[in-house]
Design a protein around this ligand. Structure first.
Ligand SMILES: Nc1nc2c(c(=O)[nH]1)N[C@H]1C(S)=C(S)[C@@H](COP(=O)(O)OP(=O)(O)OC[C@H]3O[C@@H](n4cnc5c(N)ncnc54)[C@H](O)[C@@H]3O)O[C@H]1N2
Ligand code: MOO
Length: 468
């Protein structure tokens, strides 16, 4: 928890630009953004083993924090690198098909059989041998039955799609392309049938041993179908990183209306499904209040691959995340990011193969931290491929922060992105209506100018297919 009033004289650049901009309904009335290119910021040394001695928050601590803050693109790269490093040491798992959706293949998908595994009919009709007319057998052939008797030349048998064709079949005649007379003789009605027509030959799609998909392929519903068809019951995959969510703050209610200075916890409902959409298995969600000892016990005792905390990242009297990291001897990889909202976000290595992402308590700031630090970390831990970056022109100008990148909720309209209002750090109204976040560099983006777009996981495909 933090006291905003204290901030007034601290740093003019840090004044609530976000809060103010979020409420501006008509950005075109404001002065044009500075069109100068973003200043290139040289990388700072970010990694530091934290001192086990807690330090009192102070003005100079705040200044030092600003100084250490990592540029936004670099913060993402650091999180990606941390995930790749830890990911290389993770144990692979063998999972049943029904548990494999959304995982990444850790072994190539190699066909365990020919596909199709026998010559089969592609149509309902008759299997025929030689040129017509044909004598039709009494018994027909259905899918799923054992190998039928071979056909003699001039013989036909009724056959269903998917049934094995008898040996010596030369073609399948579709039911709409033939007719039988009253003596049971079959005649083609659309000319002679070509040799091999409407027979699916064994091995047409693949031979046993063919590689169907490489290591690293994402297990989609189609991959599950292919794996089953190719004879698999289990897949060797990279397991989902296990994430534990620790929600901090004594002021949080889990039901009912806000009252007496208490507010509803917005991040408890928001983060677990979003973490799942980013590839994590959420093993627990715990509300810990503002108790330093409880937080220490939770962090020190966690066996998750990723601990996500919300709130308590700043330097207020009950902001316990930094002191806790010092106490567990964590290595701070990112200590603040030059991004608005969300600049107090942090990434630490708490154990050899465990990381902690500290999300700021302001809800949109937490979303910013999720996409800046948790997304690249989880993606690389899960060995998922990065999405190709893309940019779209903005329908209107977006003011930039003087030094930091801004992440602004947008809706996608054709080939343009329209910035949404209500994008202040404490607001979710903008992002709840958004398809994506636009990356606005320091100095801002003019109307018509392109900005990098970060899609929200459900924007293109719907929440039901983000593997939640
Ligand atoms: N002296 C300074 N104070 C603050 C600074 C700063 O630079 N110097 N930065 C501000 C910014 S920006 C942010 S963001 C916050 C980050 O603070 P914390 O991570 O310590 O978060 P809290 O203080 O615990 O909470 C901030 C705000 O968010 C509300 N909150 C917290 N958790 C939830 C939740 N689960 N659901 C909904 N809302 C939540 C909380 O009540 C506060 O209003 O620090 C600023 N201060
Ligand atoms: O401006 Mo804070 O980082 O609320 O996000």
């Amino acid at each position: 928890m933090t006291a905003h009033g204290v901030r007034a004289e601290q740093d003019a650049d840090d004044l609530d630009v976000e809060e103010a901009l979020a409420l501006v309904k008509r950005p075109d009335r404001r002065p044009e953004p500075d069109p100068r290119p973003a200043p290139q910021q040289s990388p700072q040394p970010h990694q530091s083993r934290m001192s086990p001695t807690p330090q009192e928050p102070s003005r100079s601590a705040h200044d030092a924090h600003r100084h250490q803050a990592t540029p936004w693109p670099e913060a993402r790269a650091l999180a990606e690198r941390a995930g790749r490093r830890a990911g290389a040491r993770r144990e692979l798992v063998s999972v049943t098909l029904d548990a494999a959706l959304g995982l990444t293949l850790a072994a190539p998908l190699t066909a365990l059989t020919d596909l199709p595994s026998f010559d089969s009919s592609a149509m309902d009709g008759w299997a025929v041998a030689g040129p017509g007319p044909w004598d039709v057998r009494d018994e027909g052939l259905l899918a799923g039955h054992a190998e039928p008797e071979p056909l003699a030349d001039g013989e036909a048998v009724r056959i269903a799609t998917g049934a094995r064709v008898p040996a010596d079949t030369t073609a399948v005649l579709r039911s709409e392309h033939g007719r039988t007379d009253d003596k049971g003789r079959l005649y083609p009605t659309h000319g002679e049938v070509g040799h091999g027509q409407d027979i699916r030959p064994r091995g047409q799609e693949c031979r046993s041993g063919d590689q169907l998909l490489p290591v690293g392929a994402l297990v989609t519903p189609a991959v599950l179908g292919l794996a089953a068809a190719a004879g698999y019951d289990t897949l060797t995959a990279v397991p989902r990183p296990r994430a534990e969510l620790l929600v901090l703050g004594d002021e949080l209610l889990t039901e009912g209306l806000p009252h007496d200075g208490l507010i509803r916890d917005a991040l408890g409902p928001l983060l677990p499904p979003w973490l799942r959409a980013l590839g994590a298995e959420v093993t627990s969600v715990r509300r810990l209040g503002d108790d330093a000892e409880v937080l220490y016990q939770a962090v020190a005792g966690s066996t998750a691959d990723l601990i996500v905390t919300t709130g308590g990242t700043a330097a207020g009297p009950v902001d316990h995340v930094h002191p806790t990291l010092r106490r567990v001897g964590a290595e701070l990889l990112v200590n603040g990011v030059k991004v608005r909202p969300g600049h107090p976000m942090l990434l630490a290595r708490t154990k050899e193969n465990q990381h902690l992402v500290g999300l700021p308590g302001n809800p949109l700031a937490a979303v910013s931290g999720l996409l800046t630090l948790a997304e690249p970390l989880l993606r690389t831990l899960a060995a998922r491929p990065a999405v190709e970056p893309y940019a779209l022109p903005l329908t209107e100008a977006v003011h930039g922060h003087p030094h930091d990148t801004r992440l602004v909720p947008v809706v996608l309209r054709g080939d343009r992105a329209a910035p949404l209002h209500y994008n202040g750090p404490a607001m979710l109204r903008g992002v709840a209506a958004a398809d994506a976040l636009a990356v606005v560099p320091p100095g801002g983006t003019r109307a018509g100018q392109s900005a990098e777009i970060l899609d929200l996981p459900w924007a293109t495909s719907g929440i039901s297919v983000c593997f939640t």
